[in-house]
Design a protein around this ligand. Structure first.
Ligand code: GLA
Length: 411
């Protein structure tokens, strides 16, 4: 009997290896803790506005603005340094910050950020160098994870530049293990741009993974830089939507950081923010929150829209219907509620007669039913913050160009 079991085990292993082109052994104890990100992480990152021009004063001021502007109260917690905080490795190989930009060191910065009740994030790369040409973590994974833990880091974004001949799943699993063994709870954000389909294998390796190339601050554009593309809001939306089955509590599709407040129109900013919430995306702000307008602040602190993003079910919304540039999106929420969003991709305003009863449907992925044909939901407009007629009444809806109308339908 034992022999048979042994033979079967060998056979099963051989079959598994044959099916998996990248057999990477992962033990439970090496995995990041999924409950670190039960809902999509919310915070800020330096990259979209400041690129490589960052220093400790900026990070401190941003952390203070997070509190003073009310962003903390709306749920934002992570203050993330992106690329270019790095100096050189010391004689023992430990990475050090740029001594001119971060003269007080990262530990002091983390202490300060923590004293405000916030978390500090850092950035590295699985290759020899980061995308900005700073030292990467390749060959230093355990040392870097240990250094981050000693500094009190809470979040690591791990990029994918300069990784020729590197196995992505192996490289990310290695850093996941190093982070876990550092003894500190560190959110792990994979950033391979979807190039190696991290969404299909990273569920147990990280808490979030980029699904696309870099976001560009425009609503409807795509810029080709030869080797890589930068994508506007709609282009990212189209790439991220089909991946909804891979997302869920503790592991999220990441369609990249927000560009709200960075130059699009108010409509476009509102649509961008709302669609990221409909997709249960991480909400990582990319604007200068020390000097934003009230209009920008109102968008990024709309609690009712944020609640769609942060809903405990953690289900990424689905695009249910498209009619001449008007898209209807639905997202199942807790207690039988639904978010219902109409997106206008057109360059002109559109007026529609909306009858929720025509959208009665079952989400086959999650087995949730939008029972609008048989049930009357309460309807609340999440941008006007007004209760409207119940779901059995037809309504006329005006959706400005590149804008959205979004409702919460309560059971
Ligand atoms: C890549 C990432 C960006 C940013 C830069 C930093 O392009 O996708 O989000 O981190 O690197 O160099």
């Amino acid at each position: 009997m034992r022999k048979i079991i042994l033979l079967f085990a060998i056979f099963a292993t051989v079959v598994a290896m044959a099916q998996d082109p990248q057999p990477v052994q992962i033990n439970r104890a090496d995995l990041p803790k999924p409950d670190l990100c039960k809902t999509p992480p919310m915070g800020w990152s330096s990259w979209n506005t400041f690129a490589c021009d960052i220093n400790e004063t900026l990070i401190r001021e941003v952390a203070e603005a997070m509190i003073n502007t009310g962003l903390y109260d709306a749920g934002y917690r992570y203050v993330n340094m992106d690329d270019c905080w790095h100096g050189q490795r010391d004689a023992d190989g430990f990475i050090q910050p740029d001594p001119e930009r971060f003269p007080s060191g990262i530990r002091a910065l983390a202490d300060y950020v923590h004293s405000l009740g916030l978390y500090l994030g850092i950035y590295s790369d699985a290759g020899s160098e980061t995308c900005g040409g700073k030292p990467g973590s390749q060959g230093y994974e355990y040392q870097d994870a240990l250094q981050y833990a000693r500094w009190g880091i809470d979040y690591l974004k791990y990029d994918w530049c300069n990784t020729e001949n590197v196995n992505s799943r192996g490289a990310y699993a290695l850093m996941a293990k190093a982070l876990r063994q550092s003894g500190r709870d560190i959110v792990f954000s994979l950033c391979e741009w979807g190039d190696t389909q991290a969404y299909s294998w990273a569920r147990d390796i990280g808490h979030l993974w980029r699904t696309t190339g870099d976001v560009n601050c425009c609503f409807d554009c795509e810029l080709d830089f030869g080797g890589w593309k930068s994508l506007g809001v709609l282009a990212i939306l189209d790439k991220n939507e089909p991946l909804r089955r891979f997302a869920g509590p503790g592991h999220w599709n990441d369609p990249d950081m927000l560009e709200v407040g960075n130059g699009m129109t108010e409509s476009e900013d509102r649509a961008h923010f709302t669609m990221w919430c409909m997709m249960a995306a991480p909400l990582i702000l990319g604007n200068d929150i020390r000097s934003m307008t009230k209009q920008t602040l109102d968008i990024i602190t709309n609690r009712e829209v944020i609640a769609i993003d942060q809903d405990p079910l953690g289900i990424q919304g689905l695009r249910y219907r498209i009619e001449s540039g008007i898209e209807y999106w639905l997202k199942p929420l807790e207690n039988g509620d639904w978010a219902f969003c109409i997106l206008n991709r057109n360059l002109e305003e559109r007026t529609i007669n909306l009858d929720f009863r025509q959208f009665n449907m079952r989400d086959n992925l999650t087995n949730n039913t939008f029972a609008s044909a048989s049930h009357v939901y309460k309807v609340r407009n999440l941008w006007t913050h007004k209760d409207e007629a119940a779901s059995d009444k037809v309504r006329k809806v005006v959706i400005p160009a590149h804008d959205v109308v979004v409702y919460r339908l309560s059971y």
